[in-house]
Design a protein around this ligand. Structure first.
Ligand code: UDX
Length: 439
């Protein structure tokens, strides 16, 4: 099948290459020339394990092209909209500028019988609005909403092996036609029995925001427990293990620490609250404000803990920050808790050096006043404290004995509860973590 993918950022680029892997002929379109040039050469414009080899494989097959001209999407039967929906500046609501631009541009190429599939995370009600526009301007064209649940760091696996497919379909007879087309797109995934939920637009749109809200709530729940553990001397890691054995609760997404960041969870819960307000249902989501507050408090607490460990003052203290990306296996620094903490420490007078295996370049661009180092050893040279704020494997596997020779004082703050406390304390380090007693 011929497919176009409009928007070749994180979601779109991975989706385009994955659709080739499923056997289709794909054109990826983006207005960003640099991004398109990189993709054409088989280079990923972002860090994502396994993506470059998938991209190269897709390009080698001759069935993947990239273009900056939407006219090249003509002739495709299914058009995926994969553009970003960031938080609107100074507001909670989502910015739909890119969705509108992408769908407007698609009007030039969509033909009757074509299917336009939205994958972007949008406020509930957007799909119906776009469907009305396409029906008016291109009678006979179809719109479906097919949210994407990929996680950064696992994008290829999540796209090719999703744990469910969700189709938001037109409510009239066109629904069956759209479903058949989507089944054809995802044929190998459907054939292996992946659960499929077919529903209306509003439900499909809400599945995505509800899922992300649930995940954010789970993280903030355990971080609220961490606050209590700090007040009572209890241990949040063991608490999470113990409640996680109940399979109604589950251990996943119960890792207490610095909380969530990134380009999805924070902005999605805020946009969800804003949309609920517009719909007159804001009370339903007031708890998400608390979820957001708990999350932001963790960053402040981390800075307090650093001050505590550094004998009550940050002024002139040398602090190494290990981790800048919002999570491991990513170079994404959007709303990164680690960089937020690093900047707060610096503002309060500490001499901060940040390192990250993949995100230094992005960080330097966005946070030019911070100081960066290439390796943990370089960042920690003569440091008074080391903060592990993103749980990269490189940091989890650091040898506390050898690393101890680099620093001035062996103090480690484990912002992600990711280090082996016993090994670090045995090597003479003062170990502190959020939600756990001092080691
Ligand atoms: C998320 C959703 O998981 C994904 O389904 C959706 O499509 C996009 O948003 P992503 O932002 O890539 O994916 O990261 P995720 O792995 O969900 O982590 C989000 C944040 O939560 C990270 O900052 C991570 O460090 C934090 N986190 C995660 C915790 O603090 N504790 C946990 O137990 C899990």
């Amino acid at each position: 099948m011929r497919i176009s993918v409009i928007g070749c950022g994180y979601l779109g680029a991975v989706h385009a290459a994955s659709m080739v892997e499923l056997g289709h002929e794909v054109v990826g379109v983006d207005v960003d020339q640099r991004k398109i040039a990189a993709l054409c050469e088989g280079r990923a414009p972002f860090y994502e394990p396994d993506f470059e080899s998938l991209l190269q494989h897709a390009l080698d097959s001759g069935r993947l092209r990239f273009s900056t001209d939407v006219a090249d999407a003509a002739g495709a039967k299914v058009h995926f909209v994969c553009v970003g929906t960031p938080q609107r500046h100074g507001e909670y609501a989502a910015d739909l500028r890119f969705v509108r631009a992408a769908t407007e541009s698609l009007l030039q190429v969509v033909e009757p019988g074509d299917l336009v599939v939205g994958k972007s995370t949008v406020p509930v009600g957007t799909a119906a609005e776009l469907a009305a526009m396409f029906t008016e301007k291109v009678p006979g064209s179809l719109v479906a909403w097919n949210p994407e649940f990929l996680r950064e760091g696992f994008a290829v696996r999540d796209t090719l092996h999703p744990d469910r497919l969700v189709y938001g379909l037109p409510s009239d007879g066109d629904g069956a036609v759209a479903e058949r087309l989507l089944d054809e797109v995802y044929a190998p995934i459907v054939a292996r029995g992946t659960p499929k939920v077919t529903t209306d637009y509003a439900t499909a749109e809400m599945v995505k925001t509800a899922a992300n809200s649930f995940l954010a709530t789970k993280i903030s729940f355990i971080n609220a427990m961490a606050e209590l553990c700090e007040a009572t001397g209890a241990d949040v890691k063991l608490l999470a293990d113990a409640i996680g054995y109940d399979d109604r609760i589950g251990r996943k997404f119960l890792n207490a620490g610095l909380g969530f960041g990134g380009g999805c969870l924070p902005k999605d819960i805020r946009a969800f609250m804003a949309r609920a307000g517009e719909l007159g249902a804001d009370q339903a989501l007031t708890f998400l404000r608390e979820v957001d507050n708990i999350n932001m408090r963790r960053r402040i607490r981390m800075v307090e803990l650093a001050r505590e460990v550094l004998d009550g003052s940050l002024l002139g203290k040398r602090v190494a920050v290990l981790g800048a990306a919002f999570k491991p296996d990513s170079d994404d620094i959007r709303d990164s808790p680690a960089l937020n903490v690093a900047a707060q420490l610096q503002l309060q007078g500490a001499v901060v050096r940040v390192t990250d295996p993949a995100a230094v370049e992005n960080s330097r661009r966005e946070w030019p006043h911070l100081d960066f180092a290439a390796t943990p050893e370089e960042a920690a040279e003569r440091a008074d404290a080391v903060l592990v704020l993103t749980e990269w494997r490189e940091y989890r596997e650091l040898d506390p004995v050898a690393f101890g020779t680099v620093v001035r004082a062996k103090r480690v703050l484990d912002g992600r509860n990711a280090l082996d406390r016993e090994a670090w304390t045995a090597a003479g380090w003062t170990y502190r973590a959020l939600g756990r007693r001092a080691g």
